[in-house]
Design a protein around this ligand. Structure first.
Ligand SMILES: [Cu+2]
Length: 168
């Protein structure tokens, strides 16, 4: 996914750069300051400076792309399944300070998998969908009991679809 976004971004950057290049090449330049003149040199420098800046900014901001959960490191995988009306986590305890990959699915209807820290602040959420496995990568930075609530109305006992994850 990240690779495709990177390639698409670069393709659009090349198109935009080509348009700018064409405009610069075909814009009227004062005869006295024409090609080789200092205005032309300034424009050319500005153009290439912006191209390089654009590439640097694109690379710098795409590196921490949040959806790259395929990297094999010391991450712990938690299989998460939503049912009407309960959650199942395997394992149910996770370590603090290590990346956790939640693989979230449902065996019935759609649910919302929302995780709240011990202070009651939501830390992340994703959809639990039958037939799909959505992945969320998260590193818990403080230990405690994290509450899990269903974030999408899923039937009669939706309000009771509450569970917890132990972070130690
Ligand atoms: Cu629900």
């Amino acid at each position: 996914m990240q690779f495709h976004v990177l390639v698409i971004s670069f393709l659009f950057m090349i198109v935009v750069a080509a348009v700018f290049w064409w405009v610069v090449r075909h814009s009227a330049v004062d005869a006295e300051l024409g090609p080789g003149g200092h205005v032309e040199v300034y424009r050319s420098g500005l153009f290439w400076g912006l191209v390089v800046l654009g590439i640097v900014v694109a690379i710098a901001t795409l590196q921490p792309w949040p959806y790259d959960v395929s990297a094999a490191d010391d991450a712990v995988t938690v299989t998460t399944t939503g049912s009407q009306w309960s959650w199942e986590f395997v394992p149910q305890q996770v370590p603090v300070g290590r990346p956790i990959i939640f693989k979230v699915t449902s065996n019935g209807v759609n649910h919302g998998f929302g995780v709240y820290d011990p202070d009651g602040t939501m830390v992340f959420q994703t959809q639990a969908m039958p037939g799909y496995v959505n992945q969320v990568r998260y590193t818990f930075t403080k230990p405690g009991q994290y509450r899990v609530l269903c974030m999408e109305y899923c039937g009669l006992v939706h309000h009771d679809m509450i569970d917890k994850i132990e972070v130690k």
